[in-house]
Design a protein around this ligand. Structure first.
Ligand code: SF4
Length: 196
């Protein structure tokens, strides 16, 4: 993805916070553009903001966020040094899966973020992001894999929220994020710090 001249993460954030482009604008409290560094080498993309995220306007700050924080720490990845966002930037009512028209309306924001950050790896969290970005359907069958599409690498794993209801997924998620950290190290640098 090629970034437009004069675009910036701040500009996207301001547009998202006031965005009227799909019906989720009518029910959200706060849009959640995403957060992290322009220089991030890993970008995490989940499904949509939940209740806590909608309250605070920040991504992954509820129960799933705590799981993600813990997993990142165990993998030696600093949350402050990655970029985290979602397929749609506003909370769907009752946390339902975003509808196709909502994901389509929101997609240009995500594409612009990816174009600006140009991450080495995009870590797909869960099925909605997998379907939306790569047209895939089964995360269970493909988790832990790296997929390359149009010159962009993607790493596939479960959404951390899935581990709230199914604790057995925690160890899989932990193994996957450690694998992701290892993959980043294997790109020829001596330490994770060089990438983050
Ligand atoms: S989900 Fe995306 S397209 Fe829809 S209102 Fe929010 S920011 Fe706009």
């Amino acid at each position: 993805m090629v970034a437009q001249k004069h675009d910036s993460l701040e500009k996207i954030e301001a547009e998202v916070r006031g965005c009227p482009l799909c019906k989720l604008a009518r029910t959200r409290k706060n849009a959640v553009p995403g957060e992290g560094q322009l220089s991030a080498k890993i970008m995490f993309i989940g499904e949509a903001p939940g209740r806590s995220e909608d309250e605070k306007g920040r991504p992954f700050v509820g129960a799933a966020g705590r799981i993600l924080d813990n997993l990142l720490e165990k993998a030696g990845i600093e949350r402050s040094q990655v970029f985290i966002t979602n397929v749609v930037k506003c909370r769907p009512p009752d946390n339902r899966v975003p509808e196709e028209d909502e994901a389509a309306a929101c997609r240009p924001y995500l594409d612009r973020q990816i174009g600006l950050i140009r991450p080495k790896v995009i870590c797909i969290l869960g099925r909605t992001a997998y379907t939306s970005l790569l047209g895939g359907s089964s995360i269970t069958a493909n988790r832990g894999k790296i997929v390359e599409k149009a010159g962009q690498k993607y790493f596939l794993t479960f959404h951390p929220a899935a581990a709230i209801y199914n604790k057995s997924l925690l160890s899989a998620l932990e193994a996957d994020l450690k694998e992701l950290a290892k993959e980043m190290k294997n790109e020829g640098k001596s330490s994770m710090e060089d990438y983050l």
